[in-house]
Design a protein around this ligand. Structure first.
Ligand code: M6R
Length: 369
């Protein structure tokens, strides 16, 4: 049932192009507009929303962090994203015009379920983004947008994450579409780009051998750091989470702009630091900042592992290891940039002799608070 792979995780990583394509299927019409009828919240109600609040745990929370950038950019609605386990203990301000989005692969995560119950008690509409048909979270929500990743068996989430991102982009674009923003042209262009994203993920998967070799060469390390900006920041957090749960290594993700506020003190000779580089096209200021961050850490001895778009030559002189990903609009980049981090963590876990599909102390679905 592992389809010829040694681990479910490897199979699920390989299934990502299909999972992404399946999650888009039937949701973009022939005219290039989105049809999300299944969401069952009236467009008139969606126009009245005054803020979006996302609740989730673990990897799903990282998808929510990325969704915040997309929602705020394309809809101009304020968007908060919060760990479900923190959310309901802080007396959040919610009302009838708040849209709460609960993201969960399993649909059974107790913290997320309790957060959505709290939101509904405050009168908010709850939209679930979920991978498991008929599970508790969608049953208790006002509406659901299913991800079509298929069953995810490995404890470490991979294909579910990519499809959560796709679902979040669809919701963000749909809100932009029904509410009408000045980004109309960009929204149409991004919908087109999304249609090609499954092929881009496939291309990443075809070029992963050097990443595996690099991972094996780092099996004796104690620490790996991950840096990113903008949507690269949640991707850095996700890369670090994968490494913790699979390789049992100390791994931390940072917003690169925070380096000087503390984390740069951690940099020492030969410390592996993975850096997510945003596209040099579009918001190039982000790109310039990251290039100087890479220079700063390299000058202090870090071994830089740079994940950058094809054709981005500016980073090459400062990369000890360069991992290329296809060019995508910045907001969509997490769909391709996360894949090498998954492969990296899986290979490191194997090299360290760890159980890949069933890491110690972890359960696939956390049904206790
Ligand atoms: O089923 P859920 O998406 O609600 O699960 C949330 C987290 O428990 C989950 O993403 C966890 O962090 C994974 N093990 C990460 O790989």
């Amino acid at each position: 049932e592992k389809g010829g792979y040694d681990y479910f995780m490897l199979k699920e990583i390989a299934e990502q192009p299909k999972a992404v394509a399946d999650t888009l299927l039937g949701r973009i019409d022939a005219g290039g507009s989105l049809t999300l009828d299944e969401v069952r919240i009236d467009d008139s109600e969606l126009r009245e929303i005054d803020k979006v609040v996302i609740v989730a745990c673990g990897t799903a929370f990282h998808a929510g962090m990325i969704a915040k950038y997309a929602i705020e950019h394309w809809t101009r609605l304020p968007c908060e994203v919060e760990l479900a386990s923190e959310f309901r203990y802080r007396d959040p301000i919610l009302g009838g015009q708040s849209l709460v989005i609960a993201i969960s692969q399993s649909g059974e995560t107790m913290d997320t379920l309790m957060a959505l119950r709290h939101a509904r008690e405050q009168g908010s509409r709850v939209l679930a983004i979920c991978n498991t048909n008929g599970s508790t979270i969608p049953r208790e929500s006002d509406a659901v947008l299913y991800t079509h990743a298929g069953p995810e068996v490995a404890v470490a989430s991979t294909k579910a994450f990519l499809t959560q991102l796709v679902a979040c982009y669809l919701v963000a674009l749909y809100l932009g579409q029904v509410r009408g923003t000045k980004w109309g042209d960009e929204i149409r262009a991004v919908i087109r780009d999304l249609s090609g994203i499954s092929a881009a993920v496939d291309r990443v998967l075809e070029t992963m051998e050097p990443v595996r070799a690099l991972a094996r060469s780092l099996a004796d390390k104690d620490t790996v750091l991950f840096l990113g900006r903008h949507v690269g920041y949640p991707v850095a957090l996700e890369g670090a989470l994968k490494l913790k749960e699979l390789a049992y290594m100390h791994a931390e993700g940072f917003a690169a702009g925070e380096l000087k506020h503390g984390p740069i003190a951690l940099i020492e000779e030969d410390l592996p630091v993975v850096v997510l580089v945003p596209s040099p096209r579009g918001r190039s200021v982000l790109h310039d900042k990251i290039v100087s961050n890479i220079q700063e850490i390299r000058a202090r001895g870090a071994r830089t592992i740079v994940i950058a778009e094809e054709g981005d030559e500016a980073v090459a002189p400062y990369a000890d290891h360069l991992v290329r990903i296809p060019a995508t609009p910045t907001l969509l980049q997490p769909l391709v940039a996360t894949v090498p981090l998954q492969v990296f963590a899986c290979e490191l876990a194997t090299a360290r002799g760890n159980e890949v599909d069933q890491p110690r102390n972890l359960a696939k679905s956390v049904t206790v608070e």
